[in-house]
Write a protein that binds this ligand. Structure first.
Ligand code: C5P
Length: 210
């Protein structure tokens, strides 16, 4: 069984996906990490994330060990990720890894949960359950801002908001695999929900087909 969870940055989809994976004992892949690892890899060689040759070279040589790099969480990696993610050949290079994990979840698990931007539309259009998790950009910026402060990092709300808007615009307007709900996805707007409420809502949707 495959559960596809898509949505914009800081919508709560990652937290939700991890909790669902634990609850259903499914494998979990945060596909954003793949794009972040490529973006960061390009930055580390002093390259330009919008340069197709450089980004494709990093994508083709991606080592799964790079997915554990703590720097993937940073804003530089996020912005670079959304630039390499707009390149068709980079997306194609990362597709097999995602499809294979979904079809053959590691650890002999009975299912897989993938979260990202195009799981329900491109990576796993056959997924049995598709959720599109979203929230207003102001609420998402609030959450990200708080998360950064809680981690002891400096953060300016207006800066976080501007970064999210920039990434939303790039992810939604790109020609390849733009961020949008699949026709058969259920939209969960978490603007007025806490993590527990979003989890309960998702379980309500998935349980009947589990
Ligand atoms: O989800 P996360 O914020 O880690 O994703 C980083 C960037 O990677 C996104 O802004 C998006 O451009 C890209 N991405 C994507 N497709 C996915 C997952 C992430 O284009 N399936």
């Amino acid at each position: 069984m495959i559960i596809a969870i898509d949505g914009p940055a800081a919508s709560g989809k990652g937290t939700l996906a991890r909790r669902l994976a634990e609850y259903f004992d499914f494998a979990y892949l945060d596909t954003g990490k793949l794009y972040r690892a490529v973006g960061l890899g390009v930055l580390r060689i002093g390259g330009d994330p919008e340069d197709e040759d450089q980004a494709l070279d990093v994508a083709q040589n991606l080592d799964p060990a790079q997915l554990d790099d703590p720097d993937l969480k940073g804003d530089d990696a996020a912005q670079a990720a959304s630039k390499v993610a707009a390149i068709q050949s980079v997306r194609a290079a990362l597709l097999d890894f995602q499809k294979t994990l979904a079809a053959h979840p590691p650890g002999g698990k009975a299912g897989a949960i993938l979260d990202g931007r195009d799981i329900g539309t491109v990576v796993c259009p056959e997924a049995e359950a598709k959720l599109f998790v979203t929230a207003s950009v102001e609420e998402r910026a609030n959450r990200r801002h708080k998360e950064l402060l809680d981690r002891g990092e400096t953060s300016i709300y207006e800066r976080v908001l501007a970064d999210l808007k920039e990434r939303d615009a790039r992810d939604s307007s790109r020609a390849v695999a733009p961020l949008k709900p699949a026709d058969d996805a259920t939209v969960i707007d978490t603007s007025q929900m806490n993590a527990d409420e979003a989890f309960d809502k998702a379980v309500e949707i998935i349980q009947p087909i589990y």
